[in-house]
Design a protein around this ligand. Structure first.
Ligand code: ZN
Length: 139
C-alpha cells in the first residue's frame, strides 16, 4: 500500500496526536486482513500535530467507540483514489459495555448479566450517567 493514498478504503483523520494506537486497538484493526497504516505526529494546521489511520478496505467502523474516544475525529471514505464522503463522529448518546458503574450499590454490580449502559446527559461537558442509578461515569 502506498502510505500517501489508498484506492478504496477509509481514512480516520484528526485523531489527537499519539492516540492513534489506542484507536487502532479499540477498533481491533489488528484483526483485519488488509493493510492498515498509522501515521503519528502528522502536521496539522488545525491541531498542530495529529494522528491518522489509513485502512485499505471499506469496513464497518464502530462510530460509537470512535465518538466516545475522540469526538474530533473525521472519517473519510475513499473510492477509486477520491474522497467520496467525509463526516464527523459524534459523542454517542449511549455507551454499552465500555465502562463499568463505580457505585457498589448499583444493580449492575449484583446482576452480572445486565449490560453496563451509560447515557449522555450533558453533551458540552461530556457527562455520562449510569442508566440504572445515575451515578456519573468516571473519566
Ligand atoms: Zn449504576
Amino acid at each position: 500500500m502506498n502510505i500517501d493514498s489508498i484506492k478504496n478504503g477509509i481514512v480516520i483523520d484528526h485523531i489527537k496526536a499519539k492516540k492513534g494506537m489506542e484507536i487502532y486497538k479499540a477498533l481491533n484493526l489488528g484483526e483485519l486482513d488488509c493493510s492498515v497504516a498509522i501515521i503519528t505526529n502528522a502536521k496539522s494546521k488545525k491541531m498542530g500535530r495529529k494522528d491518522i489511520i489509513k485502512i485499505d478496505k471499506k469496513i464497518d467502523l464502530d462510530l460509537d467507540i470512535l465518538g466516545y474516544l475522540d469526538s474530533n475525529i473525521t472519517i473519510n471514505i475513499i473510492q477509486n483514489n477520491e474522497r467520496v464522503e467525509k463526516y464527523h463522529v459524534e459523542l454517542p448518546k449511549e455507551i454499552v459495555n465500555i465502562a463499568k458503574c463505580k457505585n457498589p450499590r448499583c444493580i449492575t454490580s449484583s446482576e452480572n448479566e445486565l449490560q453496563q449502559i451509560f447515557i449522555l446527559t450533558d453533551k458540552e461537558k461530556k457527562i455520562y450517567r449510569c442508566k440504572y442509578c445515575e451515578t456519573m461515569k468516571e473519566e
